[in-house]
Ligand binder design. Structure first.
Ligand code: TMP
Length: 225
């Protein structure tokens, strides 16, 4: 039987504005009276947050050989290890309590980054997905689509402000981010009922209004309020 909650994921290339829009969407849902579980991947659990650290460059002065020598399958396995824990500790319990789960990234990120970006192929990702996620799949995925050059400028500005470490995929540069974007758009074409593409190059208020329209359409069906 399907759980009573609602599962929404936000996806997009690095610098597409997911975190800002997650915060705004969560505020909106809470103001409407919904119980919301806001979470993220990789992360969302103590173990997941440890795995997350492997995907950021070491801060200045620290040396690490971790980021350069990893095999794409190692990356994929790490992402799904974090996801298995996240599903067990956070997502499935929240859904069964009837909450609205809003996750900043989930399994489409593995399809786009490891499947397309790292060229492992969608089939490899999906074989792991069947085992680990099984029937726990997002009800709605908002894909924030933005020109990789624009996103890259945001990422660089963020790094220059120094308030966030640089992700290993951000450091891969524009070509990699363009591959990931093409991957995301292919995922959306394959599953248009679930994955909604929102152009995220404009002002945040406009983008958020579009997101809310898509989410609000699902809410009347959701009984977990
Ligand atoms: P972010 O969540 O702050 O955007 O950073 C996490 C990075 O990890 C981002 O570059 C995307 C990447 N990632 C994957 O490559 N595969 C995945 O399955 C997930 C969840 C994230």
């Amino acid at each position: 039987m399907k759980s009573p909650g609602l599962f929404i994921t936000l996806e997009g290339i690095d610098g597409s504005g997911k975190s800002t829009h997650q915060r705004l969407l969560v505020n909106h849902l809470r103001a409407l009276g919904y119980r919301v579980c806001a979470t993220r991947e990789p992360g969302g659990t103590a173990m997941g947050e440890q795995i997350r650290r492997l995907f950021f460059l070491p801060s200045r002065g620290q040396r690490s050989r971790l980021s350069s020598k990893r095999h794409p399958l190692t990356e994929l396995a790490l992402m799904y290890a974090a996801r298995a824990q996240h599903l067990d500790e956070v997502i499935r319990p929240a859904l069964s309590r009837g909450e609205v789960v809003v996750s900043d990234r989930f399994n489409d990120a593995s399809r786009a980054y490891q499947g397309y970006g790292r060229k492992l192929g969608i089939r490899t990702v999906e074989s792991l997905d069947r085992i680990i996620c099984g029937r726990t799949q997002p009800d709605l995925t908002i894909l924030l689509d933005v020109d990789p050059r624009k996103a890259f400028t945001r990422v660089r500005r963020r790094a220059a402000r120094g308030n966030r470490r640089i992700g290993i995929f951000e450091a891969q540069g524009l070509n990699f981010q363009s591959l990931v974007r093409a991957g995301y758009l292919a995922i959306a074409r394959r599953d248009p009922r679930r994955v909604k593409v929102v152009h995220a190059g404009g002002p945040a208020a406009q983008v958020q209004a579009k997101i809310r329209r898509l989410v609000d359409r699902l809410l009347p069906r959701h009984k977990g309020r």
